[in-house]
Design a protein around this ligand. Sequence first.
Ligand code: CTP
Length: 401
Amino acid sequence: MLHGKRVLLIVSGGIAAYKSQELVRLLRKRGASVRCVLTRGGAQFVTPLSLSALSEDKVYTDLFSLTDEAEMGHIQLSRDADLVVVAPATADILAKMAQGQADDLATTALLATDKDVLVAPAMNVRMWTHAATQANLATLRERGVHFIGPNEGDMACGEFGPGRMAEPDEIADAVSDFFEDSAPLSGRRALVTSGPTHEPIDPVRYIANRSSGRQGHAIAAALARRGALTTLVSGPTNLPDPAGVQMIHVESAREMLAACESALPADIAVCAAAVADWRVATQASEKLKKNGSGVPALEMAENPDILATLSATANTRPDLVIGFAAETEDVVAHAQSKRERKGCDWILANDVSPETGTFGGADNTIHLVSAAGVEDWPTMSKIDVADRLAERIIEQLGAAE
Ligand code: CTP
């Protein structure tokens, strides 16, 4: 159940370090890949070789190692993971984390990470109950660090009380719970359209628009990150395929519709593509030539409306169908009538007047128009719009249950 998840395990210097070897084994058995960082203290209790054999990966120990740094910089090490686990976490490493110190590879990775951190403390009972450790714990909790244990019991030092590291299977369960909680859309299917469409005129020419695909791709990535089984149907863009999505590349509006229909059923559909409203009625089979007979007259035909089609799908209509409206005036009023006309649930209306820089740019200003009214969102990056939309979708699907 941890398939595809990457855990960075930091092993600091406590007698419980020997249990971390079992933790590596359990996490890997559940499908996670585990990369280990061993502190100097940790290396007094377990060897890099045993952690390396169990993780089937290199073990990182030294902040100033030229070879390690060239292969995998310490910043990269902390970012490549989906979760950072510190087990065992000594009183010393907790103090350094609370202070923001970075004097070795482990603490540097902890300070540089942008991922969640799960800590399994292990120390003598008096060290654990000391006001300094408890204050550090409170600081770290407030910052959103997750804790598992310590448990109460006999300690290696002969005392009894809280301070024993949680057992490896308890830590592995906490890791699984973390990923379950961070995947509120698991079991849901999402369909997202993105990018422009290209409507062929002849074998070498086409009609297109300036959509970059950034918003649609970011939405697909945000839904996939939250556990949705996500299909992204995209027209031609310069963007890489987002991680974790099922990608279908298309060119024309009709291909996009066929790909969307093949991806049904879905619980959520988000149409962010800038689909060409018209295509050339009959595509020339040979390249159009300047043969002296004047300018070609292109007869146009209307393209299918993918958003309206998905909204009207009998039996397999997604629970939540969301479209965009690109407007240059009366943004909300136009979006409201578009929502009714196309039969979708929500319209994310955005002002695309040239002075806003929305089309092709990094930012977006959204008005979410639904049957319940209008939510005005502040200007934010397209990535933040995607995250906010994903959170609103989770709220909506939760409320509908
Ligand atoms: N859409 C679609 N299929 C089309 C046209 C549009 O799925 N053939 C979707 C877009 O993905 C978007 C919404 O419908 O979600 C935009 O609707 P559209 O009518 O194209 O509106 P605008 O682009 O805002 O332009 P206009 O109102 O000028 O037509």
